[in-house]
Design a binder for this molecule. Structure first.
Ligand code: NVA
Length: 307
């Protein structure tokens, strides 16, 4: 029976750990032999992307190739979907019902979570959310895999602090930590918290909410940040820049965390805004290790959802 990944809570703790094991094995296999078992042989991904992408797009395309399959990248100029406020070429259900005739998995990046749900409800092949307004589950898997790899597992006192906007990346990371019982703290400006409907998806409530970044990063092993202006919110740029200024991840903020704190960012990073160059380029930063985990997780996702 196939399943979708519309949000990280579609996976259980055991399933997440299975994906991590597959990622590790596939990494080991590729590093040692220069190739992977063809788990995706003669299969194709339909990549429906309404927003731009560097890491997610390239990692999934390369993952498909390494596992013996292929990927087809479709932007809004190829297949403009009719959304709630967009007059497009065809409906989302029709797009899903066509793509399942040709391909084996749909990877979708959309403005609205409703689009992801509509694709999932109308297809008999797995739909993987590659980012929407509320969720970014493939990023969370890469993030938690990176942490798992660095710390050799998830020590019970491990603490992740997210500083900045209660956006898609923060939502999914909070939920991922909740599933795996990892201590998670978040500091956002008032009015930019993780939405209540996202908190409702959490079962263990292992998240601490703050407005002062110093409180969130106290005793943190990892400080994570993301852009203050997610894709689609560009018209709020100036206003957000002002509001989020006290939430910059800089050297001073690091001094309130553990001395060997690690810095994470899903990227693209905006140096001088949510993070300083000094911090993202420092030895504390693991952002490129995090980015390389995206390929391993993409391979593990293709194996997990299509075999
Ligand atoms: N929160 C960011 C993530 C980019 C990968 C955005 O939605 O633009």
């Amino acid at each position: 029976m196939f399943k979708h990944l519309t949000k990280i809570t579609d996976l259980s703790k055991d399933e997440i750990l299975q994906i991590f094991k597959d990622a590790k094995d596939l990494d080991y296999q590729y590093s040692n032999t220069g190739q992977n078992t063809s788990y995706f042989k003669n299969k194709s991904i339909a990549m429906v992307f309404e927003k731009p992408s560097l890491r997610t797009r390239v990692s999934f395309e390369v993952a498909a190739t390494h596992l013996g399959g292929s990927a087809i990248y479709l932007t809004s100029s190829d297949i403009l979907a009719s959304g709630s406020n967009i007059k497009g070429r065809e409906s989302i259900p029709d797009i899903a019902k066509n793509l399942e005739n040709f391909t084996d998995i749909i990877l979708a990046r959309a403005f609205s979570h409703e689009t992801i749900i509509s694709l999932a409800e109308n297809s008999h092949i797995p739909v993987i959310n590659a980012l929407c307004d509320l969720h970014h589950p493939t990023q969370t898997l890469a993030d938690l895999y990176t942490i798992f790899d660095i710390f050799g597992g998830f020590p019970p006192d491990l603490k992740i602090a997210f500083v900045g906007d209660g956006c898609n990346t923060a939502n999914s990371l909070m939920l991922g930590c909740d599933i795996l019982n990892i201590n998670f703290a978040i500091a956002t400006p008032k009015g930019y918290e993780i939405p209540e409907k996202i908190f409702k998806l959490a079962k263990n409530n292992s998240c601490t909410v703050a407005h002062n970044p110093k409180d969130a990063v106290k005793n943190a092993d990892i400080i994570y940040t993301d852009t203050w202006v997610s894709m689609g919110l560009e018209n709020e740029f100036q206003q957000r820049l002002e509001i989020f200024k006290p939430y910059q991840v800089n050297k001073k903020l690091l001094s309130y965390a553990k001395p060997d704190v690690k810095i994470m960012h899903c990227m693209p990073a905006h140096r001088g805004e949510e993070i300083t160059s000094e911090v993202i380029d420092s030895s504390a930063s693991v952002v490129f290790k995090q980015s390389s985990a995206k390929l391993l997780i993409a391979k593990a996702i293709l194996k997990f959802f299509t075999n």
